[in-house]
Write a protein that binds this ligand. Structure first.
Ligand code: NAP
Length: 253
């Protein structure tokens, strides 16, 4: 089988699943965090759930790198480094910065997230480290790489910063929710989600790949509905919630 020629169809089919999931998540918010509720099977402590859910992404892309034959290619190493920077933060740092000691996550959510991560990490790695035509250093000067890489860095920085603002709203062992303020929270309720969407949109541009585009669309499918749920939840919860703040896109939505 010539996988390179089949790849756009495979990535398009995967993107189609993401697009189908988007409307569902508007009505059924994924049952973790503030929407944790019974009925989703056995649960584990939340940090364990996050590690189980996100480590497979770091491993999947690592395995595809190992299987591929671009071990010393500067472009392949750069893409590997970008992906691993995000996923090592998500899988091994973020879980330990969380403050709510009693929060739990259904194993079913962790398993679905892990499956999603293996497919995305696998598709992106397979493309970048085996199938794509891009190697060497010339792509570093391409405007798509420069703009995409810039967006990735900007998105990652605002994502990590906004996660940090949220995590500092609670003291150790404290529970409950407060109104987040400062930075991009001035404009939107979920700048951590916005940052992540910008990051993977930048990745899609920088890798100029169907796999990157599929992942960016999946990220929007997961996070946009959740941003609107969070926004409504905040407005319902806090009478003094800032009226001008939007859900996800400054001044717009
Ligand atoms: N790429 C993807 O498809 C994808 C999918 C899902 C998530 N993610 C990323 O994973 C990260 C975590 O997702 P999430 O849905 O758990 O984000 P979240 O709802 O914004 O929560 C992040 C953390 O902050 C705490 N928190 C949030 N709002 C708070 C408030 N107002 N007061 C006090 N504490 C607050 C949460 O506690 P609780 O857990 O107790 O609510 C949690 O520990 C996000 O940065 C997101 O971008 C990515």
């Amino acid at each position: 089988v010539n996988w390179a020629s089949w790849f756009p169809q495979i990535a398009a089919a995967w993107t189609g699943v993401g697009i189908a999931v988007l409307p569902v998540l508007f009505f059924v918010p994924a049952p973790y965090g503030r929407y944790e509720r019974p009925g989703w099977g056995p649960t584990v402590r939340s940090p364990i759930g996050w590690i189980l859910m996100e480590t497979p992404s770091a491993l999947a892309i690592g395995l595809t790198f190992w299987w591929g034959n671009r071990h010393t290619d500067p472009l392949a190493l750069t893409f590997l480094g970008m992906w691993e920077a995000h996923y090592l933060y998500r899988a091994l740092i973020f879980p330990f910065l969380r403050r709510e000691a009693s929060r739990r996550m259904p194993l079913s959510v962790a398993a679905m997230g892990a499956g999603f991560n293996v497919v995305n990490g696998g598709l992106n790695g397979l493309w970048l480290f085996t199938l794509s035509g891009h190697t060497g250093t010339s792509w570093f000067a391409d405007p798509r790489f420069l703009l995409g890489g810039g967006l990735f860095a900007l998105g990652f920085a605002s994502h990590v910063h906004s996660d940090g603002v949220l995590l500092r709203l609670r003291g150790r062992g404290e529970s409950g929710y407060r109104i987040p303020r400062g930075g991009l929270f001035h404009f939107v309720s979920c700048p951590n989600y916005l940052g992540e969407i910008i990051e993977w949109t930048g990745w899609a541009l920088a890798t100029w790949s169907w796999a990157g585009l599929a992942f960016a669309i999946w990220t929007i499918a997961n996070l946009a509905p959740r941003a609107f749920s969070h926004h409504q939840w905040y407005r319902h919860q806090f009478a003094d919630y800032p009226a001008n703040r939007k859900a996800l896109l400054p001044f717009l939505l």
